[in-house]
Design a protein around this ligand. Structure first.
Ligand code: NAD
Ligand code: DAU
Length: 342
């Protein structure tokens, strides 16, 4: 099995590559990654060079993409497309890289797969569906209308639409997954959970946007990647699969759990974190109904205890300072330009 994994040096992609190397001894992987600020070559450094080849290039570069995809000739070969600009806060400050990587990049991947008749799995997000009220009994399903809020989610929605059009118009052999918020090892410290953990590890105070009432539906990255592998193996071509682990928590609840696990706060007036200025256009709540993915593909999340998953993730960051320390100060300096304690 040969896989081209775009964005394989980022958070979810690197975890995917590591899992495939461990569990599929017959697999050879080519990582296509432009090594943006979000990539970390250290996430792949210990993997065997004869199994994992890293090509540093832009997936929107049609010649490079064509060349790599042309080598996928076996019946189980595929492109797994993780590459994207992925952080909402950055998309509010500078949207263009999101249009380039998420839309033009996906276009180039689609064209390469079409020319060479190669199977594609496109990794997308629940944010394409917009947000839900806190008390809405409904969750997102594959039929929910697209209603993205930020430049990030709008470009991901655009990329999904391109994939659907290539399936229908050109018969492309493709599937899509829309997953909720991931956490786990190798996640960039700009994101909510690793930011708070590494703030505490470096003597900084954690930062909660607004009141912290916003709800995210957390899933461990290993559960997400197990679903992606299951879709590659058993997914029906042309289908969209929703991936989530019924992990809804408010940001305040997650923050309190992290502070408790790491011994922050005095148990009295000081909760151990600061409330800061909210994100403009901040989506209120995401919630995934993954029942069809579970029933049809037999996939089940294994990390069902968020507190235990967070404890393991905290341990990982505690034991891997070399992985995140080099970028921590720069990330915090950037946040400090706009963030004010309330
Ligand atoms: P990430 O930002 O950690 O990694 C993205 C990777 O893509 C980086 O290595 C980056 O260098 C690479 N990349 C960006 N633009 C590129 C380009 N033009 N060409 C080649 N490589 C490029 O992101 P992540 O959190 O690992 O997310 C991976 C995918 O999963 C994204 O498509 C994202 O939309 C989706 N997703 C993420 C989450 C989440 O909670 N993080 C949830 C659902 C879906
Ligand atoms: O739902 C899936 C999406 O989840 C993915 O598509 C995105 O790629 C991924 O980044 C994530 O988007 P969010 O915007 O939800 O993730 P983020 O980690 O940036 O923030 C999670 C929540 O925490 C959100 O409500 C904003 C809040 N937040 C974030 C940061 C960085 C804080 O309260 N404080 C913070 O310091």
């Amino acid at each position: 099995m040969r896989l081209v994994v775009t964005g394989g040096a980022g958070f979810i992609g690197a975890n995917f590559v590591r899992t495939v190397v461990r569990d599929h001894p017959d697999a050879h992987l080519t990582v296509l990654d432009s090594m943006t600020y979000a990539a970390n070559s250290a996430s792949l450094a210990d993997l065997p060079a004869d199994r994992v080849e890293v090509v540093e290039a832009d997936c929107a570069d049609q010649a490079v993409t064509d060349g790599l995809v042309a080598g996928l000739t076996g019946p189980r070969d595929a492109v797994v497309h993780f590459a994207a600009e992925s952080h909402n806060d950055n998309s509010l400050a500078a949207p263009w890289p999101f249009v380039h990587s998420n839309i033009v990049g996906t276009y180039a991947i689609l064209e390469a797969c079409r020319r060479h008749d190669v199977r594609l799995h496109h990794v997308s997000t629940d944010e394409v569906y917009g947000d839900l009220e806190l008390d809405d009994p409904a969750k997102f399903t594959p039929e929910t209308a697209y209603n993205p809020s930020s430049p990030y989610s709008a470009t991901k929605a655009g990329s999904d639409m391109l994939v659907r059009a290539w399936v229908r118009s050109f018969g492309l052999r493709a599937t899509i997954s829309n997953c909720s918020n991931n956490y786990g090892p190798y996640q960039h410290v700009e994101k909510f959970i690793p930011r708070q953990i590494t703030n505490l590890l470096t003597g900084r105070r954690p930062r909660l946007y607004g009141s912290g009432a916003n709800v995210r539906d957390w899933i461990h990255v290993h559960d997400h990647n197990a679903a992606v592998l299951r879709i590659l193996e058993r997914g029906e071509l042309g289908r969209t699969y929703l991936v989530g682990a019924d992990g809804e928590r408010s940001n305040l609840q997650v923050m309190q759990m992290i502070c408790e696990l790491m011994g922050a706060g005095d148990g009295g007036d000081d909760p151990g974190f600061d409330h800061v200025t909210d994100r403009p256009g901040h989506d209120l709540r995401y919630a995934i109904d993954a029942s069809r993915t579970r029933e049809e593909l037999g996939w089940e999340p294994r990390y069902t205890d968020l507190r235990e998953g967070l404890r393991q993730t905290i341990d990982w960051y505690r034991h891997h300072p070399d992985w995140w320390e080099p970028v921590k100060a720069r990330v915090e300096a950037r946040y400090a330009q706009t963030e004010r304690v309330l």
